[in-house]
Design a protein around this ligand. Structure first.
Ligand code: BGC
Length: 424
C-alpha cells in the first residue's frame, strides 16, 4: 500500500515537473510579431522570417494589421500596450522607435548587439533610430527607399518611351503624357495620404535638390517650406495629379502596383516594396519591368528602414526575443529576406550575389549615397521628422492633391504653418 502511494506521488510530481517545463519552454520559444506586411510580396518576405525562426525552434504568433505605411498597425499597438498584452516584437519606422523608447517600452538589446558587433556592421544612418540614449532597442531588417519608379516595359516600348526620356522630371512628365495619349494610365497611384506623401518626397528632391530637401524635410525650416521652390514642387505635384486615372482615390498600394504588372499603367512612383509584388508575380527586371530613380533624384536615396523594435517583456519571453533579434541581423538571413522584400540589407557586409538587377543597383546606390551624404530620411515613412510633423505633411499634401482649386502658394503656406504648429 505504501509502495503504491509512493508511485502515485512520483507520478504526480513528474507530471507537474513536465508540465512546468513545457509551459515555460513554450513561452520561451514563441514570439508574437506585430507588423503590417499583409500584401502578397510582403507576406512572402515575412514567410522567410517565420521559417528561419521555426528552424531555430521558435514558434511564430502572427499579429498582422493591414494598411500600407503602418498607421493602422501603430494605432493597434497602442491598444495592445495599454491593455498590458504587448507583442514581443514590432515592425517600426524611424522616429516612432524613438518615441516608444522615450516612453520606456522598449527592451535593452546591448548584450547581443555587442556580441554580434552591430556597431560596426549597421549603417550609422540606421543606428540613429535603432539606439536610444546609447541603448540598442531595435534590429533593422532592411533599407527601403521611396524615390523609385516601376515601369511596364512593354507599354514603354509600344508607346516609344526611351531611357533617355526619363532623365529629368519635365521629360518624365512629357513621357507620361505620351502614355496617356496612347490610352494607358500614365501613373498608377493609390490616393491615400501616405502614398501621396511618398510621391511628394521625391518631387521635393527633384525640384530643389539635396540642400532644399534637407532644409525643408529634415530641418523643417518654415521659410524654405514657403519658398518659390516649394511652390514649384506643388506645381509639379499638380501635373502628376492630372495624369492619374479616375479610380485612384483610396486604392491600396499593392493593387496599384498590379496595374503596372498587368499592363494597364505605365509607371508607379513607389518605394521598393513594390518590387516584392513584381517578384511575387514572377516578373523579371528589365524584361517585364524597369526600375529607375525618380528623374531628378538619381543621386539620392530617400530611405526608410523597417526595424523590429523589441518590447520590454517578462523574463519568460526574453530568450525568444533575443533569438529573434539575432536571427534578424544574420547576414545570410538579410540576403534571403531582402531579395524577396524588394529592399536591400541593413548591414554593410552582405554580398549582392543573390540580388536581381534592381537590388544590385539599389545596393550600389545606397553605398554611393552614403558616401556623398545624399542618403536622406523619407518624410513620408517616418525618417525625416517626428510623427506629428509627418502627419501635418500628410494632411496638406493629400488635401492639395484632391482639391484642384488649391493653389501652390496656398499649399506651401499651409504646409509651413502646419509644420510650425506641429513643432515642439
Ligand atoms: C514599409 C514597408 C512596407 C510599406 C507598405 C513601408 O512603410 O517600410 O516595409 O512594405 O510600408 O506597406
Amino acid at each position: 500500500m505504501i509502495l503504491y502511494k509512493k508511485h502515485i506521488l512520483i507520478a504526480i510530481v513528474s507530471i507537474f515537473i513536465a508540465s512546468f517545463f513545457t509551459l515555460s519552454l513554450s513561452a520561451a520559444e514563441e514570439v508574437e510579431v506585430h507588423h503590417w506586411w499583409t500584401s502578397g510580396g510582403e507576406a512572402a518576405a515575412l514567410q522567410v522570417l517565420k521559417k528561419d525562426l521555426e528552424n531555430k525552434g521558435i514558434t511564430w504568433k502572427d499579429s498582422g494589421v493591414a494598411g500600407g505605411g503602418g498607421a493602422q498597425a501603430m494605432t493597434a499597438l497602442k491598444a495592445r500596450i495599454s491593455a498590458g498584452t504587448p507583442p514581443t516584437a514590432v515592425q517600426m519606422l524611424g522616429f516612432d522607435i524613438n518615441d516608444w523608447a522615450e516612453l520606456g517600452y522598449l527592451a535593452d538589446l546591448n548584450n547581443i548587439a555587442k556580441e554580434d558587433n552591430w556597431d560596426s556592421v549597421i549603417p550609422k544612418a540606421l543606428q540613429r533610430f535603432s539606439k536610444y540614449n546609447g541603448v540598442w532597442v531595435a534590429a533593422p531588417v532592411n533599407v527601403h527607399s521611396v524615390n523609385w519608379v516601376w515601369g511596364n516595359r512593354e507599354i514603354l516600348s509600344k508607346v516609344g518611351v526611351k531611357k533617355s526620356d526619363l532623365k529629368t522630371w519635365d521629360n518624365f512628365i512629357k513621357a507620361a503624357k505620351k502614355v496617356q495619349a496612347a490610352g494607358y494610365i500614365a501613373f498608377a497611384h493609390g490616393g491615400q495620404d501616405w502614398q501621396d506623401a511618398t510621391v511628394f518626397d521625391s518631387i521635393i528632391y527633384a525640384t530643389g535638390g539635396r540642400d532644399f530637401y534637407i532644409k525643408t524635410m529634415i530641418e523643417q525650416d518654415t521659410n524654405a517650406i514657403k519658398s518659390a521652390t516649394m511652390r514649384r514642387a506643388f506645381d509639379r505635384f499638380r501635373e502628376f495629379g492630372n495624369l492619374l486615372d479616375d479610380n485612384f482615390s483610396g486604392r491600396e498600394w499593392s493593387q496599384t502596383t498590379a496595374l503596372v504588372i498587368n499592363g494597364e499603367a505605365a509607371f508607379q512612383i513607389m518605394g521598393d516594396w513594390a518590387k516584392g509584388e513584381f517578384v511575387k508575380a514572377g516578373k523579371k527586371p528589365n524584361s517585364d519591368f524597369v526600375c529607375f530613380r525618380v528623374p531628378g533624384t538619381q543621386e539620392a536615396v530617400l530611405f526608410n528602414s523597417d526595424q523590429f523594435a523589441m518590447i520590454e517583456v517578462g523574463d519568460n519571453r526574453r530568450d525568444a526575443q533575443e533569438a529573434m533579434a539575432k536571427a534578424v541581423m544574420d547576414p545570410s538571413f538579410q540576403s534571403t529576406f531582402n531579395v524577396v522584400k524588394g529592399s536591400v540589407p541593413a548591414r554593410v557586409d552582405v554580398p549582392n550575389t543573390a540580388f536581381d538587377f534592381c537590388g544590385k543597383k539599389g545596393m550600389l546606390q545606397l553605398a554611393t549615397a552614403n558616401n556623398n551624404n545624399t542618403m536622406l530620411g523619407s518624410m513620408a515613412h517616418g525618417h525625416a521628422g517626428k510623427p506629428a510633423i509627418k502627419n501635418a505633411y500628410f494632411d496638406v499634401v493629400t488635401t492639395f492633391l484632391n482639391d484642384a482649386s488649391m493653389s501652390s502658394r496656398e499649399a506651401s503656406s499651409n504646409l509651413a504653418n502646419a509644420i510650425f504648429a506641429a513643432q515642439e
